[in-house]
Design a protein around this ligand. Structure first.
Ligand code: WT7
Length: 635
């Protein structure tokens, strides 16, 4: 149906207008014509942003795996669903067909059931980028268990916090994980985490690296023998459209991560519809998103979106630098990739290397390029466009969030003219608003303000697991009747959006969303530390890197500062993960504070960015003298 696949700009505007004029009618049509439901909805949408409460397709019943698997078997059974490219180029790639994936998911679903998992139970998945990761998500969805994937780069403490927050009953993990030349001992991390988790009854282990692990009697089981015995069919459980499909954690401005809850029906409809249009995916295309399934990008655009469309989705286990910096381009050539969806930080890292790495590979299969995770700077955009896209593959700069479930602002390739650093136009059904300091909406073009969304869309998160008040306070209290994104944005003269970055205490490092508070908490736990403040500063590859200002309890003469810095970073790596380590640590006698005791991060950000010509108004500071002291010793 025409609404499902937009092909030119006029059609975009036409469909957009329709989606905004009568959103319920619009999404109802999409839902009706492109998915299989076990029972129809009684109501398309009910919502109240004050509570906040949002329900899409209320009363409907479905199972998302029937949409991602069963219905493709007849038409696409022998087509590759998941193309797995291992860490080492010497290991053979795996082409898992829809028939094979169906069987694997059903078997794993039966294993989960046999191990006591029921509809509504939470299952933590802590796996590397191997096919079992995608299979585990789908197996949970098949039986109505709520998956909570934790990125396998998080530390034992971070893993334990997430397991406990959701009271998970089971962990699915592996003996280890390959990352380039390194092997990580995932099972040891899980063992450490579980010392402080009471709710876990079973640990299922995938064999990957064959490193030595110890099994805890009665708790830990190798999964393969169970799969070998399991039946190849598992009846899909009927889910209400508003039943939770998964929890995924994102950082916030307090120490505790937020477990964003996504539900079944709306999430399916929106991720599938955006995938089809924003990548202009067509039969036979080979789509590769380089994200990890541990992030929302992987959930929506490696697993659910592509599979709901019967597509071929690539899973890459390794890293862009192994065995050398040609790896991405070799994979594109080897598998004749048509769509490459990656992050600005990866582009910048690869752009620093010899251009030979790119040029020696045949990239002619590429049709569409994508970018996600942070604003893409002009230089990276051009490098990507010229050297990878050869000026013929449009770049979709897709703005969205863990909370939004799917892409919100993005060009549609071959439809929306692109403009470097601009995410361009709102996607179908999305109604953005820019707000000023006085909570007034900025109308018209050429304005800049805080980015909000005025109307519900099907894949928005419904709550924070176990803390609905926090959900309301974080997203719906800054502006009445609006979802507040936490980002700033401008709208140019033709109505294109450019995301300018976070306006809260979240810093995006290499595309990872890091809250300042949890990092500061980790630092402050060091016995020598009195207080600390973290800010971001521009970094060539990471986009932003972290700069920590640390006040020590005492400055003894003998204090070994280099060691102390190492200890602080180790502490952060233990509590959160290596991605949150600081690039620079400055020991300071005090932090600039307002009279109400709030740290003036604006000043610290300027000092960290070496932009101290105009520090702005410091008259409201309690301790202005400390600013000069910090500046004189800045790193
Ligand atoms: C934050 C959300 C959603 C996928 C991965 C990140 C920033 C994301 C863009 C973009 C400018 C972007 C925003 C957003 N962001 N994509 N194309 N241009 N900024 O998910 O970890 O929830 O982070 O990432 O600041 O709020 P996330």
């Amino acid at each position: 149906m025409s609404n499902y696949h937009i092909k030119h700009l006029e059609e975009y505007f036409q469909v957009y207008r329709k989606s905004v004029r009568d959103p319920e009618r619009f999404w109802e049509e999409v839902a009706e014509e492109h998915f299989v439901w076990r029972k129809r909805w009684s109501n398309v949408l009910s919502w109240d942003f004050a509570k906040p409460e949002v329900k899409w397709f209320e009363g409907a019943e479905l199972n998302i795996t029937e949409n991602c698997l069963d219905r493709h078997l007849r038409t696409h059974g022998e087509q590759t669903a998941i193309l797995f490219e291992p860490n080492s180029p010497d290991e053979e790639a795996q082409h898992i067909t829809y028939n094979a994936l169906f069987e694997k998911v059903n078997k794993m679903a039966n294993v989960l059931k046999a191990q006591g998992i029921e509809k509504g139970d939470r299952v933590c998945i802590y796996l590397p980028m191997i096919p079992e990761l995608a299979i585990a998500l789908l197996a949970c969805a098949r039986i109505g268990a709520v998956h909570s994937v934790v990125f396998a780069g998080f530390s034992a403490k971070a893993l334990a916090t997430r397991i406990n927050d959701a009271s998970c009953k089971m962990v699915i993990t592996s003996d280890g994980s390959y990352r380039g030349a390194k092997t990580l001992d995932l099972k040891a991390i899980v063992d450490e985490a579980l010392l402080s988790c009471e709710t876990i009854e079973k640990v299922l282990l995938v064999e990957r690296t064959k490193n030595k692990v110890t099994l805890k009697e009665g708790r830990d089981l190798w999964i393969q023998p169970l799969l070998d015995e399991a039946d190849g069919f598992c009846e899909a459980v009927s889910m209400n459209a508003e039943d939770p499909l998964f929890i995924l954690y994102t950082s916030g401005s307090t120490g505790k991560p937020k477990g964003m809850v996504h539900t079944t029906g709306g999430y399916m409809v929106y991720t599938a519809y955006t995938f089809k249009n924003i990548f202009q995916y067509r039969e036979g295309d080979i789509y590769w998103c380089t994200a990890d399934i541990g992030w929302i990008t992987g959930h929506s655009y490696i697993v659910y979106g592509p599979l709901a469309n019967g597509g071929t989705t690539v899973m890459f286990e390794g890293v862009p630098s192994y065995p050398d910096f040609s790896r991405f381009w070799e994979i594109v050539e080897k598998h004749k990739i048509t769509h490459l969806y990656t992050a600005p930080t990866a582009i910048r890292a690869l752009a620093k290397e010899n251009i030979e790495y790119v040029e020696k590979c045949d990239l002619s299969s590429l049709k569409v390029l994508g970018s996600v995770g942070e604003p893409i700077n002009e230089e990276a955009w051009h490098w990507y466009n010229d050297n990878v896209g050869k000026n013929k593959s449009p770049i979709v700069d897709t703005w969205w969030q863990t909370e939004t479930g799917g892409i919100m602002i993005s060009p549609i390739p071959f439809v929306t003219p692109t403009k470097p650093t601009y995410a361009t136009l709102p996607f179908i059904g999305i109604q953005p608003a820019l707000m000023d300091e006085n909570a007034q909406e900025l109308k018209g073009n050429q304005v800049e303000g805080r980015l909000c969304i005025k109307y519900p869309w099907p894949s928005m998160a419904r709550t924070i697991w176990g803390d609905h008040d926090r959900y309301r306070d974080t997203y719906f209290s800054a502006y009445a009747n609006m979802y507040f994104t936490g980002d700033g944005a401008m709208r140019d003269e033709v109505g294109y959006y450019r995301i300018t970055g976070r306006v809260d205490d979240v810093i995006i490092v290499s595309g990872h969303n890091l809250g300042t508070a949890p990092i500061e908490d980790a630092i402050n736990e060091h016995q020598a530390v009195a207080e600390s403040a973290i800010v971001g500063f521009p970094h060539e590859v990471k986009g932003n890197a972290l700069y920590g200002y640390v006040i020590l309890k005492e400055y003894g003469e003998s204090r070994n500062f280099d060691n102390l810095k190492k200890e602080i970073n180790q502490q952060i790596a233990d509590k959160i993960g290596p991605i949150a380590k600081l690039d620079k640590i400055q020991f300071v006698p005090g932090l600039p504070k307002t009279r109400s005791g709030k740290i003036m991060r604006r000043i610290l950000r300027k000092i960290a960015s070496k932009d101290t010509s105009n520090l702005g108004d410091t008259s409201t500071l309690l301790n202005p003298e400390v600013v000069k002291e910090i500046m004189d010793n800045a790193l």
